[in-house]
Design a protein around this ligand. Structure first.
Ligand code: PMP
Length: 441
C-alpha cells in the first residue's frame, strides 16, 4: 500500500521502537504487529490486515474490542473531570468498589485500586507482610506475578524474572504445574497429597511465613490448571500456621474460566482467599487493577497513603460499564458454552498431530502444549511456527509456559460459536503447517 521505496509504516515503527525502548520489552512475531483499532473480536493492523483475536490483547479486552458502552462511559467521564487522586471522594470509585466487594466472595471486603496487576500484587505483598510481620512468601513454581522489584522476586518462571535481588524471601511450592518430574504420572488425588506433603515439609523448616500467593490457573506459565481442590487442601495447612492465601486473579477473574467467576472457586473447600488481586480485563483496555482483602488485613497499615492514578474516574467509569455488560450478557456462561466445544475441537485436531502433547483449558482460557514429534520434548520452535502461521491466516494467539512451548488462547469473552469454529479451523491448519515446517527443518 506504500509508495515504492518508502518503508511500510509498521516496519518504520519497529525500528524506532528498537532504537528507543528497552531490549527486554518482548515483542511477538518476527515482524511485530502494530495494531490500529478493533471491533468485537477483531483487530486491524497498520498494513490493513484484519485478525480474529484469540489473545484478547493479552486478556485486557475482557468483553469486546471498542465496546460501545465502555467507549461512551470513558468519553462522558473524560469530558467531566480530568482531576484524579484518592484525596477526594469519587462516586465511580466507590460504586465500583461496592460492586467488586460484593462479587469477591470475601466477607467484610475492602477494595484498593491500582493501575496494573504488578501494583496490585505488590500491594497484596505489602499488606500480607505487614499483617504477619514477616517477609517470607510462598509462591508457586512456574508462576508469574509482575515486573516490579517485589513481584519479580515471587515470580517462579526464571525467563520472566530478570534478577534474584528480591526484598522478599521466597519459597517455591509444587502444585501449579505438574511438569515432567516425579509428579507427572500421579492421579489428581495423589498429586494433591504429594503437593500438600511438600508444603508441610517446607513449613516444617521455616517459621512465620506471611502468605501463599498463587494463580488459580497459571497464565504466563501456559494456562496450566492444578486439580480442583488443590488450594483448598493447601488452605487447611495454611490455616494451621496462620498463613494468608492471596489469589492472583489477574488472568482468571471475571468469569474467564467459565465454570467460575473467580479462579479460586474451583478450590472453594474452605471458602474465599484472604486477599484477591485483579487487573487486565476489568477496564477493557483502561488501566484498572486492585486488591480485595478482609477489612482486618486491608486496614492493618497504620500510615497515610494516597494513589494519584489508582481508581481514577475515567478508568472506573470504563470498568463499571464493562462489568455491567459482562453480567447483563452472562459472558461467564458464554465462556463456558463456547469454550467447551472449542477445547473439544482442538483436542480432536491435536490427537492427529505429533506436535500437540496436550490441550487443556477452562472456559476461554485454553492452553496447547507443543512438543517436537521426534523427541517428545517441549518445542518453543513449534510454538513460534504456529504463531507465525496463524498470523498469516488472520488469527492472533499467544504463547507461554516454562519452555515457551505452550500456545495460549484467551479471546474476548463475547466470542461467538461461529468465531470459535473459525479460529479452531485456522489454528488446526496452523498446527499442521508448523508440523510440516518442523519436519522439513
Ligand atoms: N499476575 C498475573 C497472573 C499476570 O498474568 C500478570 C500479567 N501478565 C500480572 C500479574 C502483571 O500484570 P500487569 O502486566 O498489569 O502489571
Amino acid at each position: 500500500r506504500d509508495g515504492a521505496g518508502a518503508p511500510a509504516p509498521a516496519a518504520d515503527l519497529r525500528s524506532r521502537h528498537r532504537a528507543v525502548l528497552p531490549d527486554w520489552l518482548t515483542l511477538l512475531y518476527e515482524r511485530p504487529i502494530e495494531l490500529t483499532h478493533g471491533e468485537g473480536r477483531h483487530v486491524w493492523d497498520a498494513d490493513g490486515n484484519r485478525y480474529l483475536d484469540f489473545f484478547g490483547g493479552i486478556l485486557t479486552t475482557m468483553t469486546a474490542h471498542a465496546l460501545p458502552e465502555v467507549t461512551k462511559a470513558v468519553a462522558d467521564q473524560a469530558g467531566r473531570i480530568l482531576h484524579t487522586s484518592t484525596l477526594y471522594l469519587s462516586r465511580p470509585m466507590v460504586e465500583l468498589a461496592e460492586r467488586i466487594a460484593a462479587l469477591s466472595g470475601i466477607p467484610d471486603a475492602r477494595v484498593f485500586f491500582t493501575t496494573s496487576g504488578t501494583e496490585a500484587n505488590d500491594t497484596a505483598l505489602l499488606l500480607a507482610t505487614a499483617y504477619r510481620g514477616s517477609n517470607q512468601i510462598l509462591a508457586m513454581r512456574n508462576s508469574y506475578h509482575g515486573r516490579s522489584f517485589s513481584t519479580v522476586g515471587i515470580t517462579g518462571n526464571a525467563s520472566w524474572s530478570p534478577t534474584g535481588l528480591s526484598p522478599l524471601q521466597t519459597l517455591y511450592v509444587h502444585g501449579g504445574v505438574r511438569g515432567r518430574g516425579p509428579y507427572a504420572g500421579l492421579s489428581d488425588a495423589a498429586y494433591i497429597d504429594a503437593c500438600v506433603a511438600d508444603l508441610e515439609d517446607m513449613l516444617g523448616q521455616t517459621a512465620g511465613v506471611a502468605a501463599l500467593i498463587a494463580e488459580p490457573v497459571q497464565g504466563v506459565g501456559g494456562f496450566t490448571s492444578p486439580p480442583d481442590g488443590l488450594y483448598a487442601a493447601f488452605r487447611e495447612v495454611l490455616d494451621r500456621h496462620g498463613i494468608l492465601w492471596i489469589s492472583d486473579e489477574v488472568q482468571t477473574g471475571w468469569g474467564r474460566t467459565g465454570d467460575h467467576f473467580w479462579g479460586w472457586q474451583a478450590h472453594a473447600g474452605n471458602g474465599p482467599p484472604d486477599l484477591l488481586t485483579f487487573a487486565k480485563g476489568i477496564g477493557n483496555g483502561m488501566s484498572v487493577g486492585g486488591v480485595v482483602a478482609r477489612a482486618e488485613v486491608m486496614n492493618c497499615l497504620g500510615a497515610n497513603s494516597v494513589s494519584t492514578f489508582g481508581g481514577s474516574p475515567v478508568t472506573m467509569a470504563a470498568a463499571l460499564a464493562n462489568l455491567d455488560h459482562l453480567l447483563a450478557h452472562d459472558l461467564q456462561g458464554n465462556a463456558r458454552r463456547v469454550g467447551g466445544p472449542l477445547v473439544k475441537r482442538l483436542r480432536a485436531a491435536g490427537a492427529e498431530l505429533g506436535i500437540v502433547r496436550e490441550v487443556r483449558g477452562r472456559g476461554l482460557m485454553i492452553g496447547v502444549e507443543l512438543v517436537a514429534p521426534d523427541t517428545g520434548q517441549p518445542s518453543p520452535r513449534a510454538a513460534n511456527l504456529v504463531l507465525e502461521a496463524a498470523r498469516e491466516r488472520g488469527l492472533l494467539i499467544g504463547k507461554g509456559g516454562l519452555a515457551g512451548a505452550a500456545l495460549r488462547i484467551a479471546p474476548p469473552l463475547s466470542l461467538t460459536a461461529e468465531e470459535a469454529a473459525q479460529g479452531a479451523e485456522i489454528l488446526t491448519e496452523s498446527l499442521r503447517a508448523a508440523e510440516r515446517g518442523l519436519s522439513s527443518a
